[in-house]
Design a protein around this ligand. Structure first.
Ligand code: SF4
Ligand code: SF4
Length: 372
């Protein structure tokens, strides 16, 4: 193991596949081709059946797990000298292997469900509304077993906001979520490519909150249909089976295009958090909870030497150095609490913590409350 833990920094800009050279473009093209085939063609169904898997989505989940394991080895060889990093990556892998792959595969078999009803038991608990938009459709809540419907509601409205308030969005985005898990492992070699410009920050705020707004309003309208006497006015538009229904468009535009093709396909060119930063409705919602809650990155005063490692390694494009230079502890809605800014800082300036005193600190230091 690399006991210095800083070798990643030494090699980052020398390797073509990590610096937008030809090899990086080739990897991006391969990823884009894979996701195009996955979402728009059907070549993976036969290999999946040959392997004894029920559908191409289980084969995808298996390949996803393999990519995460390979990425985890890469990451831990560079940054595994910190306990936070080891526990975080181990949790990511555990969630993927057990909650995303194993449980959805065996639950219908254990429940003895008829084949047509398998989908009701293929439950991925770590994919929480609004990230998994369909889970909270009233028709889905009515169809699945009661315990799973209650789990969906409890995770979305109790567990996620409470943990977000006390621990920030890191509990989900950096420890549990599958998208974050892939970004933290397979996507880690490209984390320094995330845009840090003001324009990218402005785009992020508009885009991510627009998707969140769309997810919340459309779900609310479905509940209006379910409980008011509207004669299913919104149902066909939002949850119908037509190509123009929001369910189909959301699936293709948000699920396939933004989360899959753009989100993962462009890892080698734009960094591993394009989806999380700009389009994920769950990240947006947890970001707002984080702003109101206890998570913060504490800056130890007058220690920063302005090397910029923290900003370079922030996968969410946050200019951490500017906060460190101005001795300003901060909470940013976008921060996923990966801890890498603190890990790569040669002076130990930064510390991730859950403290109730951020606003008091700011008032004492006469610092402005930082915007989203
Ligand atoms: S500010 Fe630090 S902890 Fe937050 S996302 Fe960036 S590198 Fe990770
Ligand atoms: S906080 Fe640490 S890593 Fe960031 S610029 Fe200052 S010394 Fe460098």
């Amino acid at each position: 193991m690399d006991l210095q833990g800083q070798n990643g920094l030494m090699t980052t800009f020398r390797e073509g596949w990590r610096s937008r050279k030809a090899s990086a473009w080739l990897i991006a093209l391969a990823l884009l081709a894979f996701y195009t085939d996955l979402y728009f063609f059907d070549h993976l169904t036969e290999p999946a059946k040959a392997l004894g898997l029920r559908s191409k989505w289980f084969l995808y989940s298996a390949l996803y797990s393999v990519a995460m394991i390979g990425g985890a080895v890469y990451y831990l060889r560079r940054h595994g000298n910190a306990r936070y990093n080891r526990y975080r990556i181990a949790t990511n892998l555990g969630v993927q292997l057990v909650l995303a792959f194993l449980l959805p595969f065996v639950m219908p078999l254990l429940a003895g469900a008829p084949e047509d009803d398998y989908w009701k038991y293929e439950y991925f608990a770590a994919s929480i509304w609004p990230l998994d938009h369909y889970k909270l459709h009233p028709s889905i809540l009515r169809a699945v077993p009661l315990v799973l419907a209650l789990t969906t509601v409890a995770l979305a409205f109790l567990v996620a906001p409470l943990l977000g308030f006390f621990f920030g969005k890191r509990w989900y985005c950096s420890w549990v979520c599958g998208c974050g898990g892939l970004a933290n492992t397979f996507g880690d070699p490209w984390r320094h490519l995330t845009a840090t410009s003001t324009a990218s920050w402005k785009f992020e705020k508009v885009a991510v909150h627009s998707v969140m707004f769309l997810a919340i309003v459309s779900t609310l309208l479905l509940f209006v249909d379910a409980f008011a006497d509207t004669g299913e006015t919104f149902h066909a538009v939002i949850a119908g089976g037509e190509w123009w229904s929001m369910k189909s468009l959301y699936g293709y535009v948000v699920g396939a295009l933004l989360a899959g093709l753009v989100g993962v396909g462009f890892y080698p060119l734009f960094g591993p958090r394009v989806w999380c930063r700009n389009f994920c409705p769950m990240a947006a919602l947890l970001g707002l909870t984080q702003k109101l809650g206890r998570f913060r990155i504490r800056v130890k005063p007058d220690m920063c030497i302005s090397c910029g490692n923290c900003t370079t390694y922030c996968e969410m494009g946050i200019d951490v150095r500017s906060y460190a230079q101005s001795n300003e502890s901060f909470t940013r809605a976008a921060c996923v609490g990966c801890g890498m800014c603190a890990h790569v800082c040669p002076r130990g300036v930064l510390k991730l913590e859950n403290a109730p005193t951020l606003q008091e600190d700011k008032a004492r230091q006469r610092l402005p409350v930082v915007n989203l």
